[in-house]
Design a protein around this ligand. Structure first.
Ligand code: ZN
Length: 278
């Protein structure tokens, strides 16, 4: 039995077009389950100064997405206040095709002009941000979140302590390195955890991601299967500072993997991250 999870980071109201593309993709692969890591109130506002400096060098597509997200009018980035987003998600959640998990309150640290919202924060500040995010999920009538993907991969012992307290798991590591049964994660986020299996760190269950939507290959998937691991696909909803975004080309890379699994593995279990915990 091969287990496969698919996590998409940064999903939020500015990215409805990308969500629609993903829905079309899911129609072709009806067993696929997509876990979205959703900032409760995605904010790029504090990034604006930094972005002004960057705008000359950014590709047009990235600029369009960023400026859409930067719209100073929009409280719409708060998930419970965006009807279109809530409706789409509730429908997809009821079909069990999408699930929504935590990815920070705003995904930004105004003090550091960085995406690592939880870095340099004490437990009290982290607790407040997580509680506020959970409250916004509640108001959006989303199921109680069970997992957090750390915004910008900023993981600290303070963050792990609060996650333990709240009984939340973490999708905290991504590795693109060579895999072996004993090797620990050297990729982004949590270091020194298994890149193949869920593993507890400071009392918090880490769910690894090990197959990049753009760079992942069939050979890598075969290696993961040979080692008995879980295939954890990693993607972002939009191309902001990343290349593994949900676009046609990257999705066709995933399609190749899914077709290969279909013909080469007798049983594939598609799971949400929250189902890995149970
Ligand atoms: Zn993110």
């Amino acid at each position: 039995m091969v287990k496969l999870i698919f996590g998409v980071d940064d999903t939020s109201p500015p990215f409805m077009e990308e969500l629609n593309l993903l829905q079309d993709f899911c129609n072709k692969f009806p067993k696929l389950k997509v876990t979205h890591f959703v900032p409760a109130c995605y904010s790029l506002k504090s990034f604006s100064l930094f972005m002004r400096g960057l705008k000359k060098i950014l590709p047009l597509n990235a600029k369009k997405i960023i400026f859409r997200a930067l719209d100073p009018q929009s409280e719409e980035n708060r998930i419970d206040l965006n009807k279109e987003f809530c409706t789409l998600f509730k429908k997809e959640i009821s079909k069990k095709r999408f699930s929504a998990e935590l990815h920070g309150l705003t995904h930004f640290s105004p003090e550091n002009l960085s995406a690592e919202e939880f870095l340099y924060r004490d437990k009290e500040e982290i607790r407040k941000k997580i509680e506020e995010s959970i409250e916004i999920f509640r108001r959006a009538k989303f199921p109680e979140p069970k997992v957090l993907a750390p915004p910008g991969w900023g993981v600290t012992t303070n963050l792990l302590a609060v996650l333990k307290e709240k009984n939340l798991a973490i999708a905290g590591s991504m590795t693109s390195h060579a895999l072996s049964a004993r090797r620990k994660s050297k990729g982004a986020g949590l270091k020194n955890v298994s890149p193949l299996f869920p593993e507890r760190v400071n009392g918090v269950l880490n769910i690894p991601r090990n197959w990049d939507l753009k760079e992942g290959t069939i050979e890598r998937a075969e290696k993961i299967i040979t080692l008995g691991g879980l295939i954890g696909i990693h993607a972002h909803i939009a191309p902001i500072g990343v290349q593994n975004d949900v676009n046609k080309e990257n999705l066709s890379n995933l399609a190749k993997l899914l077709e290969w699994l279909e013909s080469n593995c007798s049983e594939v279990q598609f799971m949400h991250f929250r189902e890995v915990i149970q």
